[in-house]
Write a protein that binds this ligand. Structure first.
Ligand SMILES: Nc1ncnc2c1ncn2[C@@H]1O[C@H](COP(=O)(O)OP(=O)(O)OP(=O)(O)O)[C@@H](O)[C@H]1O
Ligand SMILES: [Mg+2]
Length: 232
């Protein structure tokens, strides 16, 4: 469903060029849960941003549902992202001057087939804070709003960059359980960058990166449930 073929990505100009992805290839099945791990600076965020069409690549190709996204023009890419991809970031990226309801609804009007707002609000246990602003919410609540904002578009793919990176272990587990339920309930493909060494145990696949390359891809025959994770 997602094929990443020998992609290269650099930052900077000729004289100070920094090759950050040095020929990365991997595949993701529809409905798969995948972790991307590796030390700081190894290129995890860059990879997920390239898959999400937030960064251009220098070489190689990224094919999502049969579409070569690296060949799309700006407007086509914007539409592709809108219809296919949801993003969840470590620091939530909510709009501070909009309440929960309006943050979630940002993407809704643009979507061809949005999820039911009320159902989503109940599902994410956000009904009580519908009219609060991000600064009035806990970290876990803010992350649930950002997940709601990603989900309301009904995206088949959720790209998460350290979604629990700013959360305590109890709240992390809550968010992971939620993502697990979303994966089961909607068949959403989840690709998650994480530093947390417990999280790969609940994933189907773990990709290990080092210095701009994939050094290992592990299939997990018996993923545990998020509930069972310890040492988060
Ligand atoms: N916008 C940018 N401009 C220039 N260099 C960048 C940019 N984004 C990332 N880099 C460089 O690319 C390399 C990989 O960065 P990346 O953010 O992908 O790492 P990471 O694995 O996500 O690290 P972390 O775990 O700390 O988030 C780093 O050397 C970083 O300095
Ligand atoms: Mg990163």
């Amino acid at each position: 469903m997602i094929t990443v073929r020998d992609i290269k990505k650099s930052y900077g100009t000729d004289s100070s060029k920094n090759l950050v992805l040095k020929g990365v290839s991997c595949e993701f099945e529809s409905g798969e849960k995948c972790a991307i791990v590796g030390s700081s600076g190894s290129g995890k965020s860059t990879l997920i941003n390239c898959i999400g069409g937030l960064e251009n690549i220098d070489d190689g190709e990224i094919i999502i549902n049969g579409i070569k996204i690296n060949k799309l023009g700006n407007e086509q890419l914007r539409r592709f992202r809108r219809d296919n991809l949801g993003f969840v970031f470590q620091f939530y990226n909510l709009l501070p001057n909009l309440c929960v309801r309006d943050n979630i609804r940002v993407g809704e009007k643009l979507s061809k087939n949005p999820m039911d707002y009320g159902e989503l609000l109940r599902f994410l246990d956000l009904e009580r804070c519908e009219y609060q602003y991000p600064s009035e919410l806990s970290g876990g609540q803010q992350q649930r709003v950002s997940i709601a904002r990603a989900l309301i578009k009904n995206s088949p793919i959720l790209l998460c960059d350290e979604p629990t990176g700013a959360l305590d272990s109890v709240t992390s587990k809550e968010i992971l359980k939620l993502l697990e339920t979303i994966n089961k309930k909607y068949g959403t493909t989840i690709i998650m960058v994480t530093h947390n060494s417990a999280i790969p145990r609940m994933m189907d696949t773990t990709i290990m990166m080092k210095d701009g390359m994939i050094v290992d891809i592990k299939k997990n025959q018996n993923p545990v449930s998020a509930e069972e994770l310890t040492d988060l």
